[in-house]
Design a protein around this ligand. Structure first.
Ligand SMILES: Cc1ncc(COP(=O)(O)O)c(C=O)c1O
Length: 396
């Protein structure tokens, strides 16, 4: 019988999606579910973006340029300049989501068996992208006790080998909600310059920053031009996950030229979605003000409710819309499945993401879950109450 590849075998299942069959079964049995497992916001997509597609009179839905449409990339550059990031269209490649941008970056800067150091817990698909690229994620642990702050530079240096090509951070972080400070970014800047590495920053949650904090991008750092590669997306910013549009930004010309070769191989990013994404850049600030206020309320509600449960440890995220909570259990994979299969409060249950899949060090995160606060306040209160009641009866 023909066999599948070793790469295919190594490809992890998404920790966010692997419980879907159990959720489907629970729904069939008549339960309703609060979905806190996936970063699919319930926030409306800006009307300007939807209208641009609805009212478009395009007659041939043609390919665009491989690196993305010229007008869109110019408008993205203008958007960044409002964030004090000074780049031009030629420094930007539009991709099919941030996902493709990360794949292109891994493919462009790493050879098989090269290494990228990533703070864990991290966005689970980084593992999938590394497997697909034949490279290795080398984890460096950030701890819930430290609010998931940047590990020490000495700890990073211990992990650097001749095969290390890059350090990858997610800022603000998924799943931790941690926001790296200017000082932390500057420490990483010095480190990557010293060891001649790339610094990749996944900044898809840039707008989602709370408590009056400012987001500090790696592209704000002077002198990092040859090292910095920033990953971005419209998915969360405009609640346009289904558009499948993202981009990567770098001043390093060789990186951009190489990424464009990967981009040419898949011809072009989606045309309609670029039209929507370009229009989305005209979204009024009032949209973000409302969305951010909503997320702050949700975060505050979620954290307050979680803190009321005995034995639950949680940090207050400063950005994105996730938090990692430690529960008084041994195996969150089992707990999350059990919630769907065997537990409900008045016919309602909750779906969470077991956090083990956000770590690559075996054994870590097994008593943690990731919660995405993508539902309204009332639903969050009910969902946390279900977790609270569940913990009273759950046996590991
Ligand atoms: C940190 C992070 N990076 C990248 C992605 C992928 O984004 P996209 O939908 O643009 O592919 C996600 C999606 O949840 C994410 O959370």
């Amino acid at each position: 019988m023909p066999t599948i590849s070793r790469k295919g075998e190594l490809m992890p299942q998404s920790p966010i999606r692997k419980l879907v069959p159990y959720a489907e079964q629970a729904v069939k049995e008549g339960k309703s579910i609060y979905y806190l497992n996936i970063g699919q916001p319930d926030i409306k997509t800006p009307e300007v973006a939807l209208k641009a597609v609805r009212e478009n009179t395009v007659e041939i839905l043609s390919y665009s340029k491989s690196e993305g449409s010229e007008t869109y990339r110019q408008k993205i550059a203008a958007y960044y300049s409002k964030h004090n990031i000074h780049v031009s269209a030629k420094d930007i490649v539009v991709t099919t989501g941030a996902s493709e941008a990360i794949l292109f970056v891994f493919g462009s800067i790493m050879d098989p068996d090269d290494e990228v150091i990533v703070c864990e817990p991290f966005y689970a698909n980084y593992i999938a992208f590394s497997v697909a690229s034949g490279v290795h994620v080398v984890p460096i642990v950030s701890k819930i006790e430290d609010n998931f702050a940047l590990p020490s530079i000495e700890a990073f240096e211990k992990l650097i080998t001749p095969r290390t090509k890059a350090i990858l951070i997610c800022n603000p972080g998924n799943p931790t909600g941690y926001l790296y400070s200017k000082e932390e970014i500057q420490k990483l800047t010095a480190l990557v310059k010293k060891h001649d590495l790339f610094l990749i920053a996944d900044e898809v949650y840039r707008e989602f920053v709370y408590d009056g904090e400012q987001h500090y991008s790696i592209l704000h750092e002077e002198g990092l031009e040859e090292h910095a590669i920033m990953i971005d997306s419209v998915s969360k910013r405009y609640s346009m996950c289904g558009a499948r549009v993202g981009c990567l930004v770098s001043k390093n010309k060789s990186v951009i030229q190489t990424v464009i070769k990967f981009a040419q191989a898949r011809l072009s990013p989606p045309t309609y979605a670029q039209i929507a994404s370009e229009a989305a850049l005209d979204t009024p600030q009032s949209y973000f003000d409302e969305v951010i206020a909503e997320y702050i309320e949700r975060r505050n509600t979620l954290i307050t409710e979680l803190q009321k449960i005995d034995g639950v440890k949680v940090t207050k995220p400063k950005g994105a819309f996730y938090c990692v909570a430690e529960l008084p259990i041994k195996n969150s994979d089992h707990f999350a499945q059990w919630l769907l299969e065997h537990f409900d409060v008045n016919g309602e249950t909750v779906m969470v993401a077991p956090a083990g899949g956000f770590y690559s060090t075996p054994g870590l995160g097994l008593n943690q879950i990731r919660i995405a606060y993508v539902l309204n306040k009332e639903s969050l209160i009910k969902a946390v109450n279900i977790i609270k009641e569940a913990l009273k009866v759950y046996k590991d």
